[in-house]
Design a protein around this ligand. Structure first.
Ligand code: URP
Ligand code: ZN
Ligand code: ZN
Length: 492
């Protein structure tokens, strides 16, 4: 067999385990894995002394998002260049309908944002912001190739907030179509009340950006997760909690999975490696994101959840605002554009803080960054693993060579980074997307616009409208065996 590209001699991480050897690529696909593949006529990529990982899927990003009175600063050009440099080869963004718009309008608008600009493959979660109007449009979106939907339990002022009627009704539809609902879980009314109580000139002068954390105690997230889980349990609709940030939330997910509720949880890398002490810094307002950073104990519980299995995915929630945009706050924390850059540092942070510091194995990291997101979002086996027949999406990283995080040398449009000055290993030396080298020697070389939209037919653990697979687990406390079973259901 002849190959267009052979990746030679790397430590290749596959679903069946790691091996030192070669990957044969023909056109866009992986066509062979072996120890000494014949590279005659092929472009050879030397991966000796490196790990060869499946390309990362960041399934939670917001590029060019109109939000908080401005527009997030990374678009599909800069955002996907940043992604590629961080070994990310697929992104999933959130298509949000404009005021009075349909779900189709949302998809059309986001398609236009990506077309001609995206360096890597992409698709969108479709946001349901007006359930009464949008509910009868869901089926058409499934037929158009979108299998994941999103509702926000907050953001009334943006016109995005969904109530329990919407959550319940959407989950019923997810059950019917075999699709999945992603939920931003924070308890809107209690949050409104806590913000109102603290929104005084005296408090703002005294506490500044720390009010962002003070007004969002952990129960704001936990109560909302509990409620969304309740609706998932009642309807059997597949639920996915985005950007989970609390220990309490993780406990709720574990208990729910243990009794067979079809719920999956994602966390973001910033909740694993940062905590709310940053709000005491001079530039603490830069770190405002939603939900906000929590305590070190929450990070520890999230790492544990990743290792034990109740947390299935690590993403970024990239929503970049530069210093000028963040300065819109003028001392009032409720006016800070909420979100942070992240695509370029997802893999380096997870590798450095997770694998090198002994919290995750290399295989576990690939599961949380690539295989699980691909399976859960209906992109497997095309994406998410190094195996014959899959797209040749790869990230080749040096095991310990570090780069200092320096925004002036990065691809993101952000002029700051939450991780500025950190020395991180795991930046991608070489990134391949469908067989094309798009990052070479740590520099982006791929062309804008080569990325493709990825239509889908399934989502969630079941991948069909059959009985959710986790509900076949019997009731009872979650033993290590049952946790392993849940993880293996995701990993099948
Ligand atoms: O602060 C954040 N996360 N901004 C993006 C919107 C969201 O809630 O994900
Ligand atoms: Zn959110
Ligand atoms: Zn988000």
């Amino acid at each position: 067999m002849t190959y267009s590209v052979v990746v030679k001699g790397g430590n290749v991480i596959t679903p069946a385990g790691a091996f030192v050897g070669d990957i044969g690529i023909s056109g866009e696909k992986i066509t062979a894995l072996g120890e000494d593949l014949d590279a005659k006529g092929a472009t050879v990529i030397d991966a000796r002394g490196h790990h060869v990982l499946p390309g990362v899927l960041d399934v939670h990003v917001h590029l060019e998002l109109p939000f908080c009175g401005t527009v997030s600063a990374d678009d599909y050009r800069s955002g996907t260049r940043a992604a590629a440099r961080g070994g990310v080869t697929t992104v999933i963004d959130f298509a949000i309908p404009p005021a009075g718009g349909t779900l189709n309008d949302a998809a059309d608008i986001w398609m236009k944002k990506a077309e001609g600009k995206s360096l890597i493959d992409y698709t969108f979660h479709i946001c349901i912001t007006k359930f009464a109007e949008h509910k009868d449009q869901i089926k058409g979106m499934v037929e158009r190739g979108f299998t994941t939907f999103k509702e926000f339990m907050i953001y009334e002022s943006e016109g995005w907030q969904s109530d329990d009627r919407a959550l319940y009704g959407t989950l019923e539809k997810m059950r019917e179509y075999g699709t999945m609902l992603l939920v931003h879980a924070e308890s809107a009314r209690v949050l409104d009340e806590l913000i109102a109580r603290h929104h005084t000139p005296e408090m703002m002068k005294k506490f500044g950006a720390r009010l962002h954390a003070m007004t969002r105690p952990n129960f704001v997230e936990a109560e909302a997760i509990q409620r969304a889980v309740q609706w998932s349990e009642a309807t059997g609709g597949q639920l996915y909690i985005v950007h989970m940030s609390t220990a309490e939330g993780t406990d709720i997910i574990r208990a729910a999975q243990g009794r067979g509720v079809p719920v999956i949880a994602e966390t973001c890398v910033q909740y694993l490696v940062l905590d709310d002490s940053v709000f005491g810094r001079e530039d603490g307002h830069l770190f405002a994101c939603c939900p906000q950073l929590k305590k070190p104990a929450d990070s520890r519980r999230l790492w544990e959840g990743l290792h034990r299995g109740e947390v299935s995915v690590i993403s970024t929630d990239t929503c970049t605002f530069n210093r000028e945009q963040k300065a819109m706050w003028e001392g009032d924390w409720t006016k800070i554009p909420m979100g942070m850059p992240g695509l370029e540092t997802l893999l380096p942070l997870t590798y450095t803080k997770g694998v090198l510091e002994g919290r995750l194995t290399l295989e576990e990291m690939c599961m949380k960054l690539s295989t699980n997101p691909a399976k859960i979002m209906g992109l497997y086996p095309r994406k998410g693993a190094i195996m014959v027949g899959a797209d040749a999406d790869l990230a080749i990283i040096h095991p310990n060579r570090t780069h200092e995080v320096n925004p002036s040398k990065m691809e993101t449009n952000a002029d700051w980074s939450p991780f500025e000055g950190w020395d991180l290993a795991g930046f991608s030396r070489t990134t391949l997307s469908r067989g094309d080298v798009i990052v070479d020697d740590y520099k982006v070389v791929g062309k804008a616009g080569r990325g493709r939209w990825l239509p889908r037919t399934t989502a969630g653990l079941a991948g069909s409208n059959a009985e959710p697979r986790m509900s076949r687990l019997s009731r009872g406390p979650l033993s290590p065996l049952r946790t392993a079973l849940i993880e293996s259901l995701v990993s099948q």
